[in-house]
Design a protein around this ligand. Structure first.
Ligand SMILES: [Zn+2]
Length: 431
């Protein structure tokens, strides 16, 4: 009995090992080197890299990527929005492409991994397929999106909703979006031609660093993104009465700043009082008249709430509003909450793609966690036109948009392996 159990255990161990070995994996050292090579574009004397969209460094990096795609035999071009597109033909001409990629532009004073990991891993995945002479049924399309950090420009154009209003916006390079698109090799007069219809892409995948500290803290290798949170903004105005700080007794004051202080505490308490990953923030405050010897008569603050569900945002907002009314009454101050135009709907990642990512990760023996993304990504716009999934890898210390940003070579390779194997399983399982 014991022997047969042992035998069974041994057998299952062997089959598991064979199963694990059967997974195709990327070349970790080559992926890491490519990340470091990319970091050379825009490198400064202090050793840090600056590569804001439309800068000379951004253009040079774009050309470097194009030369690699061409070398791999991909049909490569720059679309009218300045995105780099490379196509690897599939064996079945009736199939729509499986697309994947990320961005190589950076925020000012940014790091080497945000966007770069997903972009360089996409190239590595294609190299591995070439080296192993693996043909997919679906065409594979790599997309390196233009100007992600300045308003997810390239992916918005592909999703068909890059507004004309965005084009005059100037970034830190001094170029407007319109000028930047032309610099990258796009054409603003034909930008609407870049938009894809809803059924043109079979699936879209983006590998990205988490930019938060959850995966590292919980010691998990792969994050499966459930969606990118939506956000809503309000302007909150507190109207009291500006009066002499020396002569007005404490019990006769209408102190707008004191009410605002109570409101800020309330936002934190109320947001935390619900189950879930929702976040609420007061990030801006202005008090008038702003003198040490005058009781503040008017205060304006911001209010931002983010969550994967619009209902949750609404629920938290209603609870904050109730508390605001109580604070207004108790402080003898008027509080008005005005919704601002700056809202973004949550972008939900496709459940079936999340499952494919989960099974690829588990077949590679990697630990996973389903989680929301608190930051915006190109995938949020791609989700409007294609079944979409996102793979996260840990960010050291949860630091991002900083030169201190770091993800280990092992974590990058784990993410690239999940990307590679998810592409292969989607190729098998998708129409
Ligand atoms: Zn990014």
């Amino acid at each position: 009995m014991i022997n047969s159990k042992r035998l069974l255990l041994a057998f299952s161990f062997i089959t598991t090992s064979i199963f694990l070995q059967a997974q195709l994996t990327v070349n970790q050292a080559r992926l890491e080197k490519r990340i470091m090579d990319l970091a050379q574009f825009g490198i400064q004397e202090n050793g840090q890299t600056e590569r804001v969209a439309f800068s000379d460094a951004d253009l040079a990096a774009q050309q470097w990527v194009i030369s690699q795609l061409k070398e791999m035999g991909l049909e490569t071009h720059i679309d009218f929005a300045g995105n780099v597109i490379g196509i690897r033909k599939g064996t079945d001409p009736s199939k729509k492409p499986i697309s994947f990629g990320s961005h190589i532009d950076r925020v000012p004073n940014g790091g080497n991994y945000d966007g770069c990991v997903g972009s360089m891993a996409a190239i590595e995945v294609l190299m591995i397929l070439n080296e192993n002479k693996i043909q997919t049924k679906h065409p594979l399309e790599i997309i390196i999106f233009s100007n992600e950090e300045g308003g997810v420009m390239g992916s918005r154009a592909i999703a068909g909703h890059l507004g004309k209003k965005a084009l005059p916006i100037v970034n830190s390079t001094g170029y407007s979006m319109a000028e930047g698109i032309m610099r990258l090799g796009g054409d603003t007069t034909r930008i609407t031609e870049v938009a894809r219809k809803k059924d043109e892409i079979a699936a879209f995948l983006e590998l990205h660093i988490e930019q938060g500290g959850t995966l590292e803290k919980e010691d998990i290798q792969i994050g499966i993104v459930e969606g990118i949170v939506g956000l809503a903004w309000w302007e909150v105005e507190f109207t009291g009465f500006a009066n002499h700080a020396g002569t007005t007794p404490m019990n006769a004051r209408q102190d707008a700043l004191l009410a605002a202080a109570k409101f800020i505490v309330a936002v934190n308490e109320v947001t935390s009082s619900f189950e879930g990953a929702q976040v609420g923030t007061v990030g801006k405050i202005k008090a008038e008249p702003g003198a040490p010897n005058v009781i503040p008569g008017k205060v304006v603050t911001s209010l931002e709430i983010r969550d994967l569900s619009l209902e949750m945002i609404e629920k938290v907002y209603e609870a904050i509003k109730t508390r605001a009314k109580e604070i207004a009454k108790a402080s003898n101050v008027q509080i008005e909450l005005r919704p601002l135009d700056t809202t973004a709907d949550p972008a939900i990642m496709t459940a079936a793609i999340q499952d494919e990512i989960a099974s690829s990760a588990s077949q590679l023996g990697l630990t996973t966690k389903r989680m929301p993304s608190g930051a915006g990504h190109d995938a949020q716009d791609m989700a409007l036109i294609a079944p979409t999934g996102m793979i996260f890898i840990p960010s050291k210390g949860g630091i991002s948009h900083s030169p201190k940003e770091f993800s280990s070579a092992t974590d990058m390779a784990n993410g690239a392996n999940v990307l590679l194997n998810t592409i292969l399983s989607l190729d098998k399982n998708l129409d």
